[in-house]
Design a protein around this ligand. Sequence first.
Ligand code: PRP
Ligand code: URA
Length: 209
Amino acid sequence: MSKVVYMDHPLIKHKITMLRKESTGTNEFRKLVEEIAMLMGYEALADIPTRDVEIRTPIEDTVQPVIDGKKMAIVPILRAGLGMVNGMLALVPTAKVGHIGMFRDHESHLPHTYYCKLPPLIEERLIVVVDPMLATGGSLIDAVDEIKIRKGKNIKCMCIIAAPEGIKAFTEKHPDVPLYIGAVDRCLNENAYICPGLGDAGDRIFGTK
Ligand code: PRP
Ligand code: URA
């Protein structure tokens, strides 16, 4: 059964609105993507396991919870997913980072994978796949396929803006993978861009085009 979590926090909504604006320049865009990733990550990691450790406060010895940061992998889909990595690392600095390189063919809109490197012991890790845009869903579907082929099991995905078409396609293909979404938009246009969306996330983060 698919779990799709929609962000409801006013801070996330506000920052996504700023992100969408055509007048938002590269520098501010990058900052916003990082901040939104951190706020969404806070929600997406609400159920991660903790273990108890013994510590000493200035007052006494005590047993308190810590997260198992060593067992986490953040996996951005290149290029645009890179913009979300630092926001996640601000939350879990000990997480490892993998990379999946994909681009969409401009004619067919189908994804092509050109790179995949995941941290060791991927089967033991909580894997958080990050990509700002979920349009047709093809890229995220294939990225999760790549991770599953490499024995990754405990996977979550975080996308800032999604089209209904992409959510449907992804949840049908990977019903076991929870999806965390910042905003759901109206539809895709004839070029498979999200409407109203924010344009090309990779180009806006890296100042290309
Ligand atoms: C964008 C985006 C996603 C993908 C979403 O990447 O970052 O990876 O498109 O589209 P889909 O759901 O229809 O597959 P793009 O292919 O433009 O590559 P880039 O990040 O290198 O610009
Ligand atoms: N990729 C993007 O960067 N933007 C879209 O709207 C769709 C795919």
